[in-house]
Design a binder for this molecule. Sequence first.
Ligand code: A2P
Length: 275
Amino acid sequence: MTSAPLKKLNDGIQIPQIGLGVFQMTDDEAHRATLAAFEAGYRHVDTAAIYRNETGVGRAVAESGLSREEIFVTTKLWNKAHGKDNSRVAISRSLEKLGLDRVDLYLIHWPCPATGLYVETWEQLIDFRSEGLSRSIGVSNFLPDHLDTIVDETGITPAVNQIELHPTFQPDDLVNHCSDLGIVITSWSPLGAAADLEHPDIVTIAEAMGATAAQVIIRWHLQRGFVVIPKSTNPERIVANFAALDIELDSDQMEAIDAASADNRLGPDPATIEP
Ligand code: A2P
């Protein structure tokens, strides 16, 4: 069975470059989808406290028959849990629901600059890593000034910034800033919540390759060096998405998808999100 390439983070931890996203799944859907993904060869699952499906993901990890070391589990601290005391309660609850002693990657879900607690929260994540509650730590939806602030204040650079990124939303300045800091990007909504599957240039490339549009987009993320977490509840699509590992885009095809960039943001703006 093909296995996902591993990408080395700035702390030496290796992350499988494809994971299953479980946003908007119920516990039962996340349980079924995660088991289907493990069956298909995925070894990385990405959840969050706010998804309210960590229990389902944890059940799948426990039932998978895989050893804990083979599986990479990411979860995220929700906006209302910023700050010293709240963040400790948050990671304890997530670990309890997942049924794990530690996660592989723990992320601050949004910077919530209006709350003014993301530096204090980042300091807590640094402690959580030292205590072995998470092997690696990072952030999500952080803009360049948020990244610079936590690095300047603590001297510790996040391993990952998980951001909205898909063919019709490519925040190049942020991507370049992360690259300059040695931060690996994980793309969320990598398919543009399925809307980018209809993009005419992507459809043309997919037809020419005998691949699906989703495989073409996932392959584009991989070749750009991003970690990618396509979400699907459908076992056939879970399998097909993983087979993006088996295709290769040439430079013209990569450039055509680079050129699909537009301003199709789907999620909130990190600068103004409220907790
Ligand atoms: P489904 O769960 O029914 O497969 P994103 O990861 O960008 O947020 O996109 C997720 C959406 O894309 C979900 O609605 C999911 O629906 C759909 N999706 C995932 N993989 C595929 C695929 N291979 N073909 C079509 N739709 C897909």
